[in-house]
Ligand binder design. Structure first.
Ligand code: SF4
Ligand code: SF4
Length: 358
């Protein structure tokens, strides 16, 4: 029997990035020697053969309207070489291999109101998820939190005035793609979900919801003769995981859905071990449209870090050096019982590490 002819795979993933690269970058792939930061928001990469590519970085509001996008692309065509890239922190980077184009490009961006910066020892754009647009469980408008905070951190973005780079993240729910960073602003639910029993029977797949709870706090129940669910509130850790598969288990609340600030998370193992972030402020009002309470706390932490850290210390390294009691002293943040992990499963939780055993 003839060997069946294999069909060609259909590629539907990410397109090949090389086709969008600046030609000088393509030519020097794998041949870069070093890079330098020439001014806030501007870097030059130098190849072993002497080719150079300048990168100019500007902040954006992330959720771009088509007019802003066209504006930015016109700038790329007129002042750079027509090549751009969006970073994971919603910055736009323009590329050129002509030094004479750099300053006019920076000036054109500033003239149109775009902030140029976010490199080296500055506060980079805050990364965030955006549940309101595409997800089913957001507890806050993460983009709004970011916009309010970056408005307040304009100088820290456009200047090199921090001890080292600062990565800030936000998330719009408590359990999924929330970030880990030098500072993280995450949603915190503080009450168990309220169940609308009249809807559960028709809307929820009850076995899936029961299976979803990480602490087995949900049980099937008959309520008023209808199939429904019940929550053991003593076990519930208010994570919000039951709400996506079962919207009648509403957990969002204008008062009890709050924000928390965590600090010191670091993925890098360049100079020290990667570190987990730790809770430093909880119960912060989820207060749109400007979130002033959360912004004030983040600014206070940044001011103390700027004041007290040594050159090139990241936030986690600064706190490790001065100690956590001193951190709470200098920032004036209250240390409360909510900072202590007293969850009944914490013992098993901590024992999951090979380093700490109880
Ligand atoms: S953080 Fe949560 S709500 Fe926001 S996009 Fe991710 S999963 Fe959805
Ligand atoms: S909020 Fe989380 S812990 Fe509480 S019942 Fe729902 S899934 Fe379980």
């Amino acid at each position: 029997m003839a060997k069946p002819e294999m069909r060609e795979p259909i590629e539907s993933g990410c397109p090949d990035g090389f086709q969008y690269m600046h030609p000088t970058m393509r030519r020097n792939f794998g041949l870069w020697d070093f890079h330098e930061d020439t001014q806030p928001g501007v870097m030059v990469h130098v190849a072993k053969g002497g080719d150079k590519v300048w990168t100019v970085k500007a902040g954006t509001q992330r959720i771009l309207d088509v007019f802003t996008l066209r504006d930015l692309l016109d700038i790329a065509d007129e002042f750079a070489d027509g090549y751009i890239r969006f970073t994971i922190r919603s910055n736009i980077e323009f590329y050129t291999d002509t030094e004479a184009k750099v300053q006019p490009l920076v000036d054109a961006l500033k003239e149109k109101g775009y902030a140029v910066g976010g490199t080296r020892n500055s506060v980079a754009s805050i990364s965030h998820t955006q549940g309101w647009l595409h997800c089913d469980i957001p507890g806050t408008d993460a983009s709004g939190v970011v916009k309010s905070m970056m408005d307040e951190l304009y100088d820290e973005f456009t200047n090199w005035n921090m001890p080292n780079r600062v990565h800030i993240t936000t998330s719009c729910c408590q359990i999924n793609c929330g970030g880990q960073g030098d500072i993280a602003i995450n949603v915190q639910h503080t009450k168990p979900p309220k169940i609308d029993h009249s809807l559960v029977g028709n809307v929820c797949e009850r076995p899936s919801v029961v299976a979803r709870c990480p602490v087995a706090a949900i049980r099937p129940a008959m309520v008023d003769g209808q199939p429904s669910l019940e929550v053991d509130e003593k076990k519930c850790i208010c994570c919000g995981a039951c709400y996506p598969p079962c919207p009648p288990m509403q957990i969002n609340d204008h008062e009890f859905t709050q924000l928390a600030v965590w600090i010191g998370g670091n993925h890098s193992n360049a100079r020290g071990k990667p570190t987990f972030q730790r809770l430093v402020a909880a119960g912060i009002p989820n207060n749109p449209p400007r979130w002033p309470e959360a912004t004030a706390i983040v600014k206070k932490i940044l001011d103390c870090y700027k004041e007290g850290a040594r050159d090139w210390e990241r936030i986690n390294e600064w706190v490790e050096r001065i100690g956590w009691p001193r951190f709470f002293e200098v920032t004036g943040l209250p240390f409360t019982k909510y900072h202590i992990d007293n969850w009944r499963g914490a013992r098993a939780n901590l024992n999951s590490s090979t380093h700490i055993r109880f």
